[in-house]
Design a protein around this ligand. Structure first.
Ligand code: SAM
Ligand code: DTB
Ligand code: SF4
Length: 332
């Protein structure tokens, strides 16, 4: 089942665009806030029920010890002397399935399993495939994020019935070297191309508030929108500042104006009208009003559950109350 890959036009028959320029997208950022949000909400309503939000739950199935040096990440071996986090081996399948059951009972429709790997070994993939099979058996959609994959590994995941693969570009091509140096932007794009070619739904987005410029935020959205197909799911994370990580400890990072964050969500909606835009990490510290504006700007998905991977999320109780106050229904 692929979500919208067959579609090449929007609701009013205009073609989906893959040719956005830096100048055009920066001009969208310059729009008065009210005009931008209104435009984004119009596009959103043309394609989605504005009162329905899709909920995915996350589970970190392998913690820490990752050989990549992503500057924001608590799980990189490069920062582990300074970060408070215990390494943990790949989780037992029974525990994963029990967590997935709980997530389903709580109202999630998708279960996303994350592993702190640069890339999985084939025997590690065998175990993850068993997890995917059993979680699918519960009637949940499945998503995994395991780092870089070979074409053969992607084929095996497709055969296992995997619904989504998460692999973020994180930031613009230009700012990437300030964030991670152990892999290249093109390697990231290669894995995305393999996933897309296999017919697995792509989940790809980034992180805002890492000290990048507005031009970098525009650049990230352009990279995503100008892919041969828009990612079916676009997670927009607000940096969670993890003490001990280079970006978490950097005075230049954090403190992004929340209106700039909301603007970026609105522009993601305008550029990728049929994609699910996920309001991702960073909600624990975000006001209810800011989250409501993100939904108005076109965010229609979130991570649901008290934990993200290694940090806290907004609580389930808080989210239920917020949905009630806003008249939002979780997607069935
Ligand atoms: N190792 C895999 C990878 O990098 O693709 C999967 C796990 S990785 C932790 C998943 C994504 O979570 C990252 O690409 C990043 O966008 C996001 N993320 C990680 N740490 C974060 C933080 N401190 N704040 C916001 N987003 C974060
Ligand atoms: C994504 O874009 N955000 C999620 C998910 N994909 C895997 C992860 C957020 C992690 C936040 C920091 C942490 O909990 O370690
Ligand atoms: Fe490893 Fe992923 Fe963390 Fe980068 S973001 S250090 S690849 S777990």
């Amino acid at each position: 089942m692929r979500q919208n890959n067959a579609a090449t036009t929007t609701a009013n028959d205009s073609p989906l665009r893959h040719d956005w320029s830096q100048q055009e997208v920066e001009a969208l950022f310059e729009l008065p806030f009210m005009d931008l949000i209104f435009r984004a909400q119009q596009v959103h309503r043309a394609h989605f029920d504005p009162n329905v939000i899709q909920a995915s739950s996350l589970l970190n199935i392998k913690t820490g010890g990752c050989s990549e040096n992503c500057g924001y990440c608590s799980q990189s071996a490069h920062h582990e002397k300074k970060v408070k986090l215990e390494r943990d081996a790949l989780m037992e399948i029974d525990i994963v399935v029990a967590e997935a059951k709980k997530a389903k009972e709580g109202g999630a429709t998708r279960f996303c399993m994350g592993a702190a790997w640069r890339s999985p070994r084939d025997e590690q993939l065998d175990e993850v495939i068993e997890m995917i099979t059993q979680v699918k058996g519960l009637g949940l959609e499945t998503c995994v994020t395991l780092g870089m994959l070979t074409a053969n590994q992607v084929t095996r995941l497709k055969e296992a019935g995997l619904d989504y693969y998460n692999h973020n570009l994180d930031t613009s091509r230009e700012y990437y070297k300030e964030v991670v140096t152990t892999r290249s932007y093109d390697e990231r794009l290669d894995t995305l191309a393999n996933v897309r070619a296999a017919g697995i739904n792509v989940c790809a987005g980034g992180i805002l508030g890492m000290g990048e410029s507005r031009a970098d935020r525009a650049g990230l959205l352009i990279e995503l929108a100008n892919l041969p197909e828009h990612p079916q799911s676009v997670p927009i994370n607000l940096l969670v500042k993890v003490p001990g990580t280079p970006i978490g400890d950097s005075p230049e990072a954090g403190g992004l104006d929340i209106f700039e964050f909301i603007r970026t969500i609105a522009i993601a909606r305008l550029l990728m009208p049929l994609s699910y835009v996920r309001l991702s990490a960073g909600r624990e510290e975000m006001s209810d009003e800011a989250q409501a504006l993100c939904f108005l700007a076109g965010a229609n998905s979130l991570f649901y559950g008290d934990r993200l991977l290694t940090t806290n999320n907004a609580t389930v109780n808080h989210d239920k109350e917020l949905f009630d106050r806003l008249g939002i229904t979780p997607a069935a």
